[in-house]
Design a protein around this ligand. Structure first.
Ligand code: HEC
Length: 109
């Protein structure tokens, strides 16, 4: 009985882990990138600064055009300096691009 409980708890912590990865995917999961340093910075900013007032939002929950509306306002709220703003913007853009090329069908129709 105890063992079953432990297994269930272990599965939950694994699922929890996977979830935090997909909220803000690691740079290594985004395919080939040209500006890894900036994207790493952007991810760090996303995880730290963008979870101060609310949980970090799953990036792929919104389209690029939605983000274009939301992000400038949130950067303003976060009081980011200009290089952090550029980095977090680049990171979100890259995550969205990577998810449309790997997970979703292309917009060819
Ligand atoms: C100073 C507090 C604060 C910080 C820091 C902050 N946010 Fe927000 N965020 C809010 C509030 C308040 C709302 C809801 C009201 C609104 O849309 O203005 C919100 C809403 C959002 C939403 C919309 C959620 C929805 O379900 O519609 C997204 C996406 C978001 N924030 C992303 C970010 C990102 C990305 C960052 C980092 C650049 C960030 N936030 C930093 C306060 C903050």
């Amino acid at each position: 009985m105890k063992r079953i409980l432990l297994t269930i708890m272990a599965s939950f912590s694994i699922i929890g882990c996977m979830d935090s990865i997909s909220v803000a995917p690691k740079i290594a999961e985004l395919g080939t990138v040209s500006n890894a340093m900036r994207l790493e910075r952007g991810r760090a900013v996303y995880i730290t600064s963008c979870s101060r007032c609310h949980n970090a939002v799953r990036i792929t929950r919104f389209t690029q055009s939605k983000w274009d509306g939301i992000l400038p306002e949130m950067i303003e709220k976060s009081k980011l300096n200009s290089s952090d703003s550029v980095a977090v913007t680049a990171y979100i853009r890259k995550v969205l691009n990577a998810s449309t090329t790997t997970a979703q069908p292309s917009k060819s129709e």
